[in-house]
Each structure stands twice: as structure tokens, then as C-alpha cells.
Design a protein. Structure first.
Length: 828
RNA sequence: GCGGCUGUGGCGGAACUGGUAGACGCGCAAGGUUGAGGGCCUUGUGGGCUGUAUAAGCCCGUGGAGGUUCGACUCCUCUCAGCCGCACCA
């Protein structure tokens, strides 16, 4: 007899599909269980492309284990699934093949559905959504309009990052080292009208509300903090008297204002032309600016690059001391950060120092150690003991004191004020692409931008012939669709042809799952408030910044609009590590991919899932080894055979598991130990590898004791209990086999059973192994009675022959006794 | 440069609040079952040394160096290596 997972898995999958086992009802609906606490277990929704890979298998195996564990611990678990179906890969495929992205996407979705069912993931399929379907994106558009009404969506001309290959605008987050995240092409700047979400309005709340989270990986929080990049400091006004032009700069070091010896503008700064007009080297400046604009962001972003710049024949006034300081344009100053202009303090800033050295400019030290000892310039690191020098009335103040005092002093006559600056930019959400959610506005020559009325939603994506990007959205070609009437005045108007960034779609999908068939609203507020927030979110770290921050922003914006209560969408976040093959990231080009389908067919879904959870802590990555899957498959086979043999050999009428001695007692104790161990490790978080190891130990012991290999044989009741317990504990990882063996031994459905509880009476043994140390080194292990007190344990320890040898001729200085554990005798 | 994480056998990894380092699995080895192979079952498996019919014993060992402690993979200081994120952010 041989364990053949195929028929077993198919059978249980049919049961779950026919009986709709994993569906849960909303409050007030038939089947709702208001007595139960809710738990929203959610894995990041997949982007359907081809068929699922091992990363998906890992994500859903981990999430499913959590979902099962919570269900059996009395929670009403909502565990839905959907597809993030808009996006570039499908569109690129369409460009190449001419196939409609909808067709390839639907095909892929079918493959994902088939695999998820085949994996036995406990999904509530009645809540399935896909972002590309009109009944979903209708609500994406609806939500966009609500944000628009709240003033959180706006359109403006902006210097954007343009990918020439994909012919589209990219968000900051999609530009990696100056290259398109997707295709690696160097990004170019362009000025275009673009749609933005005002995420910057929420910068402080996005920071503060980290406090509302229970458990997020530290590194994700840190990444978001850095991305938001809040810095406190001051704005100070440097005036160009010639032109009566004020330049505000942001600085985190107002204490060094007296050391500002020159002033630098970013090449993109809008006032450069005014400044240089009529100056002798205007053309030289223009040439520099043109060069800088042409240089790629990668080149400009390189901190090691030689500092270049050009002098503008103007000066500005340092507000703290009235000094006229020279003005430069240099590309090390970025237009995107602060005001695009800086005060340069070469003595206390490495970049300014380098620039000053290249251009022979004054370097004036204004902060020095308290003992006035010489320091090497630039002196950047601050010490709280430092004092200001050459700073007029502020000499002798510490930098911290000086910061506040100088800001206040400047503030008195409007030369400066405290300021907070962020690295975070507004979210550029428009894309000049076809396969996305249309932005529901029209452009009317009379009324300007007009929102499409709610009752006309969805603005459906029209079919087009040619997907090739041409620098504008391919939707421009759908003339019948583009030309429309203004909803406000009825005059001829044109539809917006940009589509939304797919991150908009995925910023609220977890709300649609809650009320997926609502035709009046994206979701009912009461239902959303019932299920939200997500109690456990699971996904890859690659979404640490983008998706997770956008969804947090959406939540806050919707909450401000009164659409729901929750501030933070994901209370607990778990980020899984990546599975590699031969130590390398899997990729089709390397040919080292692992096809879940192949392994599921060969070893069964249970083996593949259990292996993934057994590889190691799931937050870490791991290298996929065929031998590892085989090992887990061997273990599941052993469990299956154990079940078969026990079912045949024993009888339900065998005496109950309460009694027993010898081998029976030992096996029962092991089973209860495994229950206890598995439960504690589950509750600790994601310690799946040790949960599975505990079940393996139980199965090993059952094998050892069933035939009385080392003494007497375990009785039928003990064997039955051990076997069904193993099935019950392995169920969250291997749901099919767990169900099969449970049914075989106990009858009924294991998932309807509460999670087992360990019997404390069987957990505590009558004896324990006393470890005896002499001077901290283990010298003996003695069986001792569980309740033995300190003197008794000491006596036992001293009576040991080896211990005696090690104590021989020595004076005992100290004796440490940890009851139930060990004795340590210190002797000299 | 800044921030975060990780270093334990041949490999993946265990070790809860300091108390038997190496659970469990892979690999490897031996024995059993089998016509053979596979499969399955059992046993062994950190390194070194002593010892032996079988035993057993001693020393070393969690990246490295110190420290705290009766006792350290675990706590502290310094240090090395690797991975990830951000990076001219004023």
C-alpha cells in the first residue's frame, strides 16, 4: 500500500467546493455567527500572469495555515482571493501578439484559480474579485471621484519621469537608480499634465500611525519612515537685493547659518532666468543648465561625482549677518527636495565643502568642540557639548540651543521660521496606458475638468485595435469613446485618456472582498467596520513601500471622507522571504524556476505546502531542494501508512486514552507534548517548521511504540489518539491528508474540530532528567522524581559516582539547584 | 555613507524568560526486508583524543576577541563577514 495523494486531494477539494466550506456570511446574513470573534486573514492578491510560481505557493501556504489555525481556535475567519489584473505585462503581451489583454488575463486567472483549488487553499470563493472587471473598477473610479471631491486628487503639469521604452510616466517609486523598474531603460524628465494624489498631506499621520500597528517587520516600518523622510529644521529667507527677489531655503542646521558662505540653486530652479538676465555670463549658465537637464538622473545622483557648477553674477543676503554671498547653480542641488535652493555651509557639510574647495570659496567654521580643540573640516558630526563660534550673539550656545534661538530670532522680522520637510512626493497616478482603470473625468472646453457623475460609472474601457504606445494613451485612438458630452453643460468634450496606476486598484481591494456584490456602493460601511482591519496580512517585502503605504493612505483618506472607521488597514504584517533555487533568485532566463504544478502533480499539494513551511522560518528565504520535498513526502507517507495500519489493527471500542501505562502512557504523553508544542509555536507567530517537526516526532514515536520495539506495545486507544492527533496538528499545512486520516480514525471533519488542547496531567512526567554539573560542566544525568525538593536533588547529585570523582579533593564553594532541571556544584 | 537583518555540523535549521548545543529534516554510513534495484523498517552520524569484547571517559566547539555570571548560541563592549533597503535629501 502506498500513499497516493492524487485521489485523496481531489476528493477533499470536491468536498470543500461542493459544501462551500470556507464561505463566511456577513453580519445579519443567514449563516453569520455573531458570537464568534472575527479574523481577517489576507494574502496579497496576485498579479495574474502565466500561472502561479513558488512565491505564490509559499504566500498562500503560510496564509492558509494561519487561517486554519484561527478557525479551529474559534474565530470566524474571512479568507478571500482576487486578482490585481490591470497592468503592464498584459499590455506588453498585447503589443507583441495583438491579443486583447482581457483575454490573456482571463486565461491566466483561470490558471490561478485552478492551481489554488488544486493546492487546497481554504478560500471563500464567493468573494472573489478582479480589478479589471467593470463591476470592480466602477468602484475604483467612484473612490477616485470621492478623493477628487476631497481635494486629494488633482491635475497639474509636472516634471515627470518618463520611460522612453514603455512610453509612460513612472512614479518615483518605480524608478530604481534612474531606470525604469520594469524594463531597466534610463528614465528621462518630461513636463506633462498629470494626476496626483495628495499623499503628502498625510505624511505626518502615516508616521504617527505606526503606533496603531501591532506587529509589522521592523525593516518595513523603517523603509517607510525613510521614504517619508521627515526632517525638522527651518526655512530662512535669502534676499537678492538687486532684483528684490526672496529665496527661501530649507535647512536642518539653522545653527550653522553664520557659516553660510555661498548660495546654490538647482539647475531646474524657475528663477534662474530672471537672475541671469543681463549678467555677463548668462549664456554660460544657460549652457550648464541645459547640460544638467540632459544628464541622466543616475549620473546626477552619484554622490561620488565631482561637484560642478557655475557662478551667477548676483549675490544674496545672508539673513543672520547681512553678508552678501555669491550665488551658484550646481546640479548637486535637487529641485525635488526642499525649495530647490540651499544655503551652503562648507565647514559643516561634506557636499558644500567639496564644492567650496573646487571653487576656492570661503570656509567658515561656526561650530567647535567645547574645549575649542581643532577639528578636521568639514565638521559634520554634532556633539551635544559643542558650541557655536563666529556666530555673533549666539557664540557659546550648543547647536541644539542655537537652532531654536536662531529660528526664533529670525522669525521676529520674517526672515525665517521653523519648518518641516519631507522626502515624500505626491503620488503620481496617471499612466499613458491602455490596460488600466480609466480616470473618470472629461475635459470640457467650457467647464474644464468635470467629474463623470456617479450614475454614469463605470467609464468602461473601450476596445482598441492598436496597443502600441505613442507617447499618449492608446485610448486616444478610441475616438468614439473619447468624444463625449460634458456632463455639466452638455457641450462636446473629451474624455480623460490616461488610466490609473494599478496601485490604485490594489489600495482598496481588501474592502471590496467584504461586500463584493454591492451594486450601490463599493462596500457597506457597517460591513467594512465589522471585518476591518485585516488581522494578518501576508506578502512579499517588495511591497514594503509602494503598495503598503498607498493602502494606508487610502484608508486614511476614506476614513476622513466618512466611508469607514479604520485608520490602518493591516494591523499585523508578515513578509515572507524569497525561495531561491541553487542559491539564486529564480528566473526564466536562468532556467532555475520551480513549477508548483509539477511538484503538486508528483508529490501532492500537501507535500509541497508542508515542505515550504518546514524549510525554515518563512520570513527568511530558503533554497528549494527536491530532496527536501521528498523528505516531507516520506513523512506524510509514514503518517498515511500509520493511519491505515491503526485503522485496521485497532478498534474505536478500545479503552479510552485516559488510562494507560508503559508504552501507551508514553505515546499519549508524546501526543500531548506535540499538541502543546504545536500550539505554543503557532501562537508565537510563524514557527511552522517546529510545529511540523513536533508532529514528525509524534509519528516517529508512534512507529517505535506500535510494534513494541523496545518493550511493550502501545494499546489501541493510545495509537488511535496519537494518529488522529498527528492528523489534526498537520491539517493546517496538509489539509487533505489531515482530513483523510482524521476521518479514517475518528470520523467526521477535522476542520470542524476545535484545535486540540494538551492535558496537563499527561504533559508532566513522573520523573525528569536531572542534569548535574560540576563547575558548569555536565557530569551526570540522573532520573529524579518530578516533585523532588532541593536537598533531595543535591543528595542525588552528590551520590553520583562521576560527580564524586570530579569533586574529589576539592572544597565545595557553592551549590545551585534549579528544581526540575539541574544541580550545579561549584568546587575548587 | 545611513538604516535594517543574518552568522550554529557536510546542508536547511532547533534550543521558550541565561540552565543537557545540534530537535526535526536532508545527506552520508551500516544492518534488515527484497531475486535484484527502488521502496520501506531499524540504527549510527559536530570535531579531536584516550579506551574497548561491549562499554565508557576527557578536551574543544554556536563568525572573531574580550567581559558579566555558578552557568552564555542567548546579556554587555569591541570587531569581522554576508544579505537587503535608501542614498548628493541640505
Amino acid at each position: 500500500m502506498r500513499y497516493d495523494p492524487g485521489p485523496i486531494e481531489a476528493r477533499w477539494q470536491d468536498v470543500w467546493a461542493e459544501e462551500r466550506t470556507w464561505e463566511v456570511a456577513n453580519p445579519g446574513e443567514p449563516g453569520a455567527e455573531p458570537g464568534k470573534p472575527k479574523s481577517y486573514v489576507l494574502e496579497m492578491l496576485p498579479y495574474p500572469s502565466g500561472e502561479p510560481h513558488v512565491g505564490h505557493l509559499k504566500c498562500y501556504a503560510v496564509g492558509d495555515a494561519i487561517a486554519h489555525f484561527r478557525r479551529r481556535n474559534g474565530y470566524e475567519v474571512i479568507h478571500p482571493m482576487g486578482y490585481d489584473a490591470f497592468g503592464l505585462p498584459a499590455e506588453n503581451h498585447a503589443i507583441k501578439t495583438g491579443e486583447h489583454p482581457r483575454d490573456s488575463t482571463e486565461r491566466s486567472i483561470a490558471a490561478f484559480q485552478e492551481q489554488f483549488r488544486r493546492w487546497g487553499v481554504s478560500i471563500d470563493w464567493s468573494r472573489e474579485v478582479s480589478s479589471h472587471r467593470p463591476d470592480y473598477y466602477r468602484w475604483t473610479q467612484w473612490l477616485f471621484l470621492r478623493l477628487y471631491e476631497q481635494g486629494l486628487a488633482y491635475r497639474t503639469e509636472a516634471a515627470v519621469q518618463w520611460c522612453p521604452k514603455d512610453a509612460t510616466v513612472l512614479a518615483n517609486e518605480q524608478v530604481i537608480e534612474g531606470r525604469c523598474e520594469r524594463c531597466g531603460t534610463l528614465v528621462e524628465p518630461r513636463r506633462l499634465d498629470q494626476w496626483f494624489f495628495k499623499i503628502t498631506d498625510y505624511a505626518d499621520r502615516l508616521l504617527a500611525d505606526f503606533d496603531l500597528l501591532e506587529s509589522w517587520p521592523e525593516n518595513v516600518v523603517t523603509m517607510q519612515r525613510n521614504w517619508i523622510g521627515r526632517s525638522e529644521g527651518a526655512e530662512a529667507v535669502f534676499r537678492c537685493d538687486d532684483l528684490e527677489l526672496d529665496f527661501t531655503v530649507f535647512t536642518t542646521r539653522p545653527d550653522t547659518l553664520f557659516g553660510a558662505t555661498f548660495f546654490v540653486l538647482a539647475p531646474e530652479h524657475p528663477d534662474i532666468e530672471r537672475l541671469i538676465e543681463g549678467t555677463p555670463n548668462a549664456d554660460e549658465v544657460r549652457a550648464y543648465v541645459a547640460d544638467a537637464m540632459r544628464a541622466s538622473d543616475t549620473d546626477r545622483g552619484d554622490a561620488d561625482r565631482e561637484k560642478t557648477g557655475v557662478r551667477i553674477e548676483r549675490s544674496v543676503t545672508n539673513p543672520v549677518n547681512g553678508e552678501q554671498i555669491p550665488v551658484f547653480v550646481a546640479d548637486y542641488v535637487l529641485m525635488e527636495y526642499g525649495t530647490g535652493a540651499i544655503m551652503a555651509v562648507p565647514a559643516h557639510d561634506e557636499r558644500d565643502f567639496e564644492f567650496a574647495r573646487n571653487f576656492g570659496l570661503d570656509i567658515r567654521q561656526v561650530v567647535a568642540p567645547a574645549d575649542a580643540s581643532a577639528v578636521e573640516l568639514p565638521y559634520v558630526e554634532q556633539d551635544s557639548e559643542d558650541v557655536l563660534v563666529s556666530s555673533g550673539e549666539f557664540d557659546g550656545r550648543t547647536p541644539a540651543e542655537a537652532k531654536d534661538e536662531i529660528i526664533e530670532w529670525l522669525g521676529r522680522d520674517d526672515r525665517g521660521e521653523p519648518a518641516v520637510n519631507y522626502r515624500l512626493r505626491d503620488w503620481l497616478l496617471s499612466r499613458q496606458r491602455y490596460w488600466g482603470c480609466p480616470i473618470p473625468v472629461v475635459h470640457c472646453p467650457e467647464c474644464g475638468i468635470v467629474a463623470v457623475p456617479d450614475e454614469q460609472l463605470p467609464v468602461e474601457l473601450p476596445d482598441i485595435e492598436d496597443y502600441q504606445p505613442k507617447g499618449q494613451s492608446p485610448l486616444e485612438a478610441a475616438t468614439d469613446w473619447v468624444e463625449t458630452d460634458c456632463p455639466a453643460c452638455g457641450a462636446g468634450a473629451r474624455r480623460e485618456t490616461d488610466t490609473m496606476d494599478t496601485f490604485v486598484d490594489s489600495s482598496w481591494y481588501f474592502l471590496r472582498y467584504l461586500d463584493p456584490h454591492n451594486t450601490e456602493l463599493p462596500f457597506d460601511r457597517e460591513i467594512a467596520d465589522h471585518w476591518m482591519a485585516v488581522d494578518q496580512y501576508i506578502g512579499g517585502v517588495e511591497h514594503a513601500i509602494l503598495h503598503l503605504m498607498y493602502a494606508r493612505f487610502f484608508m486614511k483618506a476614506l476614513s476622513d471622507g466618512g466611508y469607514l472607521d479604520v485608520q490602518e488597514p493591516f494591523i499585523n504584517l508578515f513578509t515572507q522571504g524569497m525561495i531561491t533555487r541553487d542559491g539564486a533568485k529564480m528566473s526564466k532566463s536562468k532556467g532555475n524556476t520551480v513549477s508548483p504544478r509539477e511538484y503538486v502533480e508528483r508529490f501532492g499539494a500537501d507535500s509541497a505546502r508542508t515542505y515550504i513551511c518546514f524549510m525554515g522560518p518563512p520570513e527568511r528565504g530558503g533554497d528549494w531542494l527536491d530532496a527536501g520535498v521528498e523528505g516531507v513526502h516520506r513523512f506524510l507517507s509514514r503518517l498515511w501508512r500509520l493511519g491505515m495500519e491503526v485503522a485496521e489493527r485497532t478498534d474505536p471500542a478500545d479503552a479510552g486514552p485516559d488510562g494507560g501505562e508503559g508504552a501507551s502512557r508514553e505515546l499519549l504523553a508524546k501526543a500531548h507534548w506535540a499538541i502543546d508544542k504545536a500550539t505554543r509555536d503557532f501562537e508565537r507567530g510563524f514557527q511552522f517548521n517546529t510545529v511540523i517537526a513536533a508532529v514528525m516526532e509524534l509519528v516517529n514515536d508512534a512507529y517505535r511504540l506500535k510494534d513494541g520495539l523496545y518493550g511493550d506495545e502501545a494499546g489501541g486507544a493510545a495509537l488511535r489518539f496519537a494518529t488522529s492527533t498527528a492528523a489534526s496538528l498537520i491539517f493546517p499545512f496538509a489539509p487533505h491528508l489531515g482530513s483523510e486520516i482524521w476521518e479514517l480514525i475518528e470520523g467526521g471533519r477535522v476542520w470542524e474540530q476545535p484545535w486540540p488542547e494538551a492535558d496537563p496531567g499527561l504533559l508532566s512526567a513522573e520523573t525528569f532528567t536531572l542534569v548535574v554539573q560540576v563547575n558548569g560542566k555536565v557530569r551526570a544525568k540522573i532520573e529524579a522524581e518530578a516533585g523532588a525538593d532541593e536537598p533531595a536533588l543535591l543528595e542525588l547529585a552528590r551520590a553520583d559516582e562521576r560527580v564524586g570523582e570530579h569533586l574529589d579533593g576539592k572544597d565545595v564553594i557553592k551549590e545551585i539547584v534549579v528544581p526540575g532541571k539541574l544541580v550545579n556544584i561549584v568546587a575548587r
